[in-house]
Design a protein around this ligand. Structure first.
Ligand code: GTP
Ligand code: MG
Length: 627
């Protein structure tokens, strides 16, 4: 894999010479700090002295993790970062941009001949890129030129951008990993008056000016490139100004999809968490999964991470050759689940005490899938860390394949997800509502049912698989072809407008009471149980991914789907001539009036409140069982 771009595409070149004066000039880098009171310091001291922890970190070249002052940890709400993109070049970036379709130009799979990367290829490249990257909190707005000049003494800079989230941050990617090591060597642990810093070194740094700018001096100007999704009003304007419903769907996708910078920050955050986990498990990997990587992410979505300890096992197999077998002495526990809980419990503590920028750490160890939830303040991401969750990783890969095969898939999923959120069919609070994951599977199923199909069934993807694609996880066959280029593109040329309308019609009339949705076979099946909505888990086929959905939520979904299909039909009949100031097409579907107009739906708010109360009650009961 290419480590760095040719000089002409590098956003910053090393030939800028740094004088010793500049080197010791106004700028200094410090490991970000985590200050604690003397009482907490006494408590933590034995831990600091844990030789294993610190020595492993040193081996990894991991700096001392630092963070915001602990008092900041009481702040649970985090703001979505506004990104300020200055420049961005690079192999992965360029590849991803190549895969992005500009608004209004979505092509069917059959026209797009660009070779596509496999999911592991993207993950490995992004991970490697993240390892060459540092996150720097800048106390003040800095002169971009001086900032880059200062950092370039450690090596060539590949790309960088600034963003804002409780302050100014810079993400700086070097061409070589050695440059990061050099930078860390030249970085100091802060020493401060009344509070003590936990001397944990990481790639999350702070940039300070040795002499603060004099009062009245002008703040350096930086080119702002705000990457936040548009406000509702702005979105409504954009949708109304679109030329067609297809254009509206593409506009929505373009405005909400993860930006290149946001994706980088997601991989960088995972990489920083990996450094912390590596203190205990030196060969582990922390891999982002879910909507951050499955092509269906939208700005502001959570960051799901999977701690993969199997990399360690793979290395062990290679080592054990010959007549002798040598094993590590380990502690044993009663079950895999208990091992997962213990690992996550310790990592949760570690993130809480040492993780720079990691706040509001919650250990949710008694859930079906145990996890540690926290906010990464610097990136603005709400994070979920799990382990022993390989199937979810495989689901993300499958969704990545579906999302990459045909450009219409992402646009349709994005609109359906947005529509569901606009009508409170989905929620960030766990409860009896449909999840984004279930909605995505429903769209995939619908696209498998088109004639000719737009997406292949999972069984077809399994038939196309090679030997190296074979994958069995906990007895479940998770085999499918991973090379997208070997999958024949669809012959279907239906427009997004038709697909959206048909989606609503299809599910507005689906026999939910007797049929199950099954993307493995791409056809309805008899429901194996009485859950109102049954969507077969693609890999653990005996499970229902929408088991949580109750009858009233399903009913709301069906009614809104029917209503939306009707609205689109009316528009077609009236043949509006967009653009128009009045909400039309997709914009009309997102209006709350759809839900409010119908008499039958007048009782919905109370249903919603009932469900919310139920969910809150369940959450309280659940958190009572959490450690
Ligand atoms: P967002 O709402 O944007 O976060 O979508 P998401 O796809 O990331 O969903 P979420 O964060 O809830 O879950 C992360 C991933 O876990 C999903 O993409 C799936 O791969 C997996 N997942 C979530 N829910 C289920 C489920 O009920 N069953 C199974 N098998 N996997 C699930
Ligand atoms: Mg998620």
């Amino acid at each position: 894999m290419q480590m760095c771009v040719p000089p002409q595409t590098c956003s910053f070149r090393p030939q800028i010479r740094v004088t010793s004066e500049e080197r010791s000039s106004n700028l200094t880098l410090e490991a970000s700090r985590c200050f604690v009171s003397a009482r907490v310091r006494r408590k933590l001291l034995p831990f600091w002295l844990g030789a294993r922890l610190t020595s492993t970190m040193a081996v990894r070249g991991v700096g001392l993790l630092t963070g915001l002052p602990l008092r900041a940890q009481t702040r649970t709400r985090i703001r979505c970062p506004a990104f300020i993109r200055l420049r961005c070049a690079g192999t992965v970036a360029a590849d991803l941009r190549r895969e992005e379709q500009p608004s209004g130009s979505v092509e069917t799979g059959s026209k797009d001949k660009t070779p596509k990367k496999t999911f592991p290829e993207v993950q490995n490249e992004r991970r490697e890129q993240a390892q060459r990257t540092v996150l720097i909190h800048c106390q003040n707005k800095v002169s971009e030129r001086k900032f880059l000049k200062y950092l370039s003494q450690h090596g060539r800079i590949h790309s960088h951008f600034f963003y804002e989230s409780f302050g100014f941050y810079a993400v700086v990617e070097f061409c070589q990993k050695d440059s990061v090591d050099s930078l860390l060597k030249g970085t100091q642990t802060p020493a401060n008056g009344t509070e003590a810093a936990i001397p944990f070194r990481s790639r999350f740094l702070s940039l300070k000016l040795r002499s603060p700018p004099s009062q009245g001096s002008e703040q350096p100007q930086v080119l702002l490139n705000n990457q936040l999704p548009p406000s509702n009003r702005k979105l409504s304007e954009l949708l109304c100004a679109a030329k067609s419903i297809d254009d509206q769907l593409n506009t929505l996708l373009k405005e909400f999809q993860l930006t290149e910078e946001n994706t980088r920050l997601r991989y960088l955050t995972s990489s920083l968490i990996e450094d912390i986990a590596a203190a205990y498990f030196p060969d582990c990997r922390v891999k982002p999964f879910g909507s951050s990587v499955n092509t269906f992410g939208k700005l502001g979505c959570d960051l799901d991470m999977f701690l993969d300890l199997d990399e360690t096992k793979k290395l062990d197999i290679q080592k054990n050759k010959g007549n002798f077998l040598i094993e590590f002495q380990v502690k044993n526990v009663a079950s895999e689940r208990m091992a997962t809980q213990k690992i996550l419990s310790v990592l949760g503590e570690c993130l809480d005490h040492f993780g720079p920028g990691c706040v509001s750490v919650q250990k949710i160890l008694h859930a079906r899938c145990p996890l540690v939830r926290f906010s990464h303040q610097a990136s603005g991401f709400q994070c979920d860390l799990t382990t022993n969750n390989r199937i979810a990783m495989k689901s993300s890969e499958l969704l990545y394949i579906y999302g990459t095969l045909d450009a219409r898939v992402r646009a349709l999923v994005c609109s359906v997800r947005y529509w569901a959120r606009a009508h409170s069919l989905t929620s960030s609070i766990p409860g009896a509502w449909i999840t984004n994951f279930s909605l995505t599977v429903m769209v995939i199923f619908f696209l498998q049912r088109r004639s000719p199909p737009i997406l292949p069934t999972l069984d077809t993807l399994m038939t196309l698989a090679d030997e190296e694609d074979e994958c069995v996880i906990e007895g479940n066959n998770c085999t499918f072809i991973r090379d997208l280029n070997k999958i024949k593109p669809s012959e279907n040329t239906e427009s997004l407008e038709v697909l959206l309308k048909e989606f609503f019609e299809y599910f507005g009339n689906f026999a939910f009471s007797k049929n199950s949705i099954n993307i493995r076979q791409g056809r309805e099946q008899n429901k194996p149980d009485s859950s109102p909505l049954h969507i077969q888990n693609p890999f653990e086929t005996s499970l229902n991914i929408s088991k949580n959905v109750n009858q009233s939520q399903l009913q709301r979904f069906v009614e809104l789907a029917r209503e939306s299909a009707w609205v689109l039909q009316q528009e077609e009949a009236a043949a509006p001539c967009p653009p128009s100031k009045q909400p039309w097409g997709l914009a009309a579907l997102l209006l709350p009036s759809i839900a409010q107009n119908k008499k039958v739906q007048k009782k919905l708010p109370s249903e919603r409140i009932k469900s919310l109360l139920e969910s809150v009650k369940n959450n309280i009961a659940q958190s009572a069982t959490h450690t």
